[in-house]
Design a binder for this molecule. Structure first.
Ligand code: 3HC
Length: 675
């Protein structure tokens, strides 16, 4: 097998080039090649300096994640970086694209760094439940200072080449198109400079206050995660007066612990799950996509507005339709307000806000959608209303336009059936707030054309979404499983659990909120029959008393002006009333029982969804729950989590609660298999 690393001689500079598509991951062959390249330079008296650069779209984007958990082959990355740093001839890293993780660490091991202005440097290991384990936690603070090292390692967010230059991580910016030549010139210039600057030989001043302030400021964000604290501890170690060798030993110990833990396994699972989800098994790669140059959105409410914002941000003009001027003005006003608030936080320049607003065409006429390539309806969830709309769209939309519904549970096939072009109809289920939540559930109708599905899947990335394909079934993947959780929570209420206990247990598990808090946020009145005299459930009783959730300052909880919840005596009374009229046995629930009762039925439903072919793979279900509902990333989604619990234990829990177990789940549990 040919090595992905080659060397080129340019006078007295040896250029070590990596060509390991797609992202120059630092797999065994790359590491061995780098090691050999440096040794070649060291052993050749005619070489005075070295450049390390990459072909293709990016500098090394990190260790090869596919090698994790397998036996190490060849030299470890830490060793290779030490070899680079120890080289007696100056080594220059020439950076383009993204120098991430191990890639960033290679750059830090080099003696000089030159980058194109568009390059980014980052240590995203924390997002995989890890830390920069090839010396990065010790070299980074030595070069960039404690504050930036904390920020980069514990959040995993990359920084621009310009910021890296200001921080001393990058020595020089190259021309955007002349990296190779500029790096060579730089190497020639520094070839004779002595002493050679080595990050490991630097010291870093202790900054206890910065470490403590950072810990405190991010406590909420890092809640439940192991890796951020380990990253912080390593950076702290680097600035504690410990030697570089002591720091490396500490880093190794922490890295090994994280790598062997469930959290990192879960986060690495998500990395691949998310990329896998984009692939539709029966659609060949390279399927011709339909061009999407203008999008139409029907409905300027919360959903329609949020959906529009995604496209405007991606530079795709939007025509937004409402039925009344007032609603249209309110909707476009909200979009502007949201963008201006983001601009105030520095996310956009004011002129970007104007450009996005300029690309928004508000109208009261559906006829104005005739130029749109994709039309998404986000109107009231009522099949008759939707059918009427699709009939009209069929008459208005140009041939080849994609007609999409944002429904969260209605049947796409019924909508498609009223059109003369069912192949062009698809579901695009966004999650609220639609400009924030990363999930896009793409609902494939019975007749949805392959190129329509492929087009919508491909569109997800530019609008910042992660798309998952679902078949047509009530509630699709996410809400179908959610309703199982809700039913279980309601059943426990009747038997003696309090809303606040159930919510607390799920929040402690890592969900952003529990089922009753979620009900208050979404609106207790959503889907309510609106007959105050028809009280068939606790929820009916709450809705009838105007307890509609946060918007009326009372729902399952009472709310103060700052939306802080407190348990409500009125709700307790209502629940007691229902309990006293049922003949259910009153009991108490442990936290563990609550978790099992609410989450196992979700896993069970997930198994049915898989068995019916409504989801392509178990990992797609995990992606839905992580990006659509805030399932804790470090637990890897419900199906991954079920594997860690043990499917036999899940089945036993369902049996104990008299929940009919999905045949696929029972089969897998009995065979000792996993999802
Ligand atoms: N290892 C193995 N495969 C990788 C990889 C990596 N580090 N990074 C990306 N890939 C694969 C992806 O799985 C994908 O494969 P597929 O085409 O078969 O699905 C392919 O490369 C392309 O990736 P993307 O679709 O993500 O391409 P983008 O252009 O959108 O993004 C990127 C490129 C920004 C580099 C993004 O891939 C990324 O963020 N990669 C991961 C970076 C990372 O986490 N690095 C740290 C690794 S851990 C580490 O270095 C430990 C060390 O400290 C010891």
């Amino acid at each position: 097998m040919t090595s992905p690393i080659r060397t080129e001689r340019h006078g007295d500079v040896l250029v070590i080039v990596s060509d390991n598509p797609p992202v120059n991951a630092l797999g065994a062959a790359v590491r061995a090649g780098l090691d050999a390249g440096i040794k070649e330079a060291a052993g050749d008296a005619s070489i005075a300096a070295v450049v390390i650069r990459c072909d293709g779209r990016t500098f090394f984007a990190g260790a090869d994640i596919t090698e994790f958990g397998k036996p190490m082959r060849g030299p470890g990355l830490g060793e290779v970086i030490d070899t680079i740093e120890a080289c007696g001839k100056p080594v220059v890293a020439a950076i383009h694209g993204t120098a991430l993780g191990g890639g960033c660490e290679v750059a830090l091991g080099c003696h000089y760094r030159i980058a194109v202005p568009s390059a980014k440097l980052g240590t995203p290991e924390v997002k995989l439940g890890l830390l920069p384990g090839a010396g990065g936690t010790q070299r980074l603070p030595r070069l960039a200072g404690v504050a930036l090292a904390l920020e980069m390692t514990a959040t995993g967010n990359p920084i621009s080449a310009k910021k890296a230059q200001e921080a001393g991580l990058v020595d020089r910016l190259a021309g955007e198109d002349s990296l190779e030549a500029d790096a060579l010139a730089f190497a020639k210039e520094v070839a004779g400079h002595r002493p050679i600057p080595r990050a490991s030989e630097r010291t870093v001043a202790a900054d206890r206050e910065a470490v403590e302030a950072f810990r405190k400021a991010n406590a909420r964000k890092f809640r439940g995660f192991d890796a951020p604290a380990a990253n912080i501890a390593c950076v702290e170690k680097a600035s504690s007066g410990a030697t570089f060798a002591e720091g490396i030993a500490f880093e190794r110990e922490q890295f090994t612990k994280l790598m062997g833990g469930t959290q990192s396994a879960a986060q690495r699972h998500l990395f691949f799950a998310e990329r896998q989800a984009a692939k539709v098994d029966d659609i060949p790669e390279g399927t011709q996509l339909r061009p999407i140059k203008r999008v139409g959105v029907i409905g300027a409410g919360t959903m329609g507005g949020g959906i529009s914002m995604n496209f405007l941000q991606a530079g795709i003009p939007v025509t937004i339709v409402e039925t009344a001027q007032e609603a249209l003005d309110r909707g476009t006003g909200t979009i502007r307000k949201n963008y201006e608030a983001s601009a105030a936080k520095g996310r956009f320049q004011p002129e970007q806000v104007e450009a996005m607003m300029g690309a928004l065409t508000p109208t009261l006429s559906l006829d104005d959608l005739k130029e749109c390539d994709l039309i998404i309806e986000a109107v009231y969830e009522n099949m008759d209303v939707k059918k009427e709309l699709f009939t009209k769209l069929d008459a208005i939309a140009k041939p080849g336009a994609i007609l999409a519904s944002n429904t969260s549970y209605l049947n796409i096939d019924e909508m498609a059936a009223v059109t003369s072009r069912p192949g062009d109809v698809i579901g695009t289920h966004f999650f609220s707030p639609a400009n924030v939540m990363k999930l896009l559930e793409v609902v494939r109708g019975a007749q949805t054309a392959p190129d329509v599905l492929a087009t919508v899947m491909a569109l997800a990335k530019p609008i910042g979404k992660v798309a998952v394909v679902s078949g047509v079934c009530p509630g699709f993947i996410g809400n179908r499983m959610l309703s199982q959780r809700q039913q279980a929570a309601n059943a426990m209420l009747m038997q003696g659990a309090d809303p606040e206990q159930i919510d607390r247990v799920l929040v402690e598990f890592g969900m952003p909120m529990g089922p009753f808090q979620m009900g208050d946020l979404a609106g207790v009145d959503i889907g309510w029959h609106r007959d105050p005299n028809r009280i068939e459930s606790i929820r009916d009783a709450l809705a009838a008393r105007g307890r509609w959730g946060q918007k009326t300052k009372k729902g399952w909880y009472d709310y103060d002006d700052k939306r802080n919840p407190t348990p409500s005596p009125e709700v307790k009374e209502i629940i007691e009333d229902f309990r006293s009229r049922s003949n259910l046995q009153r009991r108490t629930f442990t936290d563990e029982e609550i978790l099992a009762a609410t989450l196992y039925p979700m896993v069970n439903e997930g198994a049915k969804i898989l068995d019916e072919g409504m989801a392509q793979r178990a990992s797609d279900i995990d992606v839905v729950w992580i990006y659509g509902y805030g399932w804790p990333v470090y637990r890897g989604g419900p199906m991954f989590w079920a594997n860690t619990v043990g499917l036999d234990k899940v089945v036993a829990g369902l049996d104990a609660n008299d929940v009919p177990v999905a045949p696929m789940l029972r089969r897998k549990a009995e065979a000792g298999e996993k999802f």
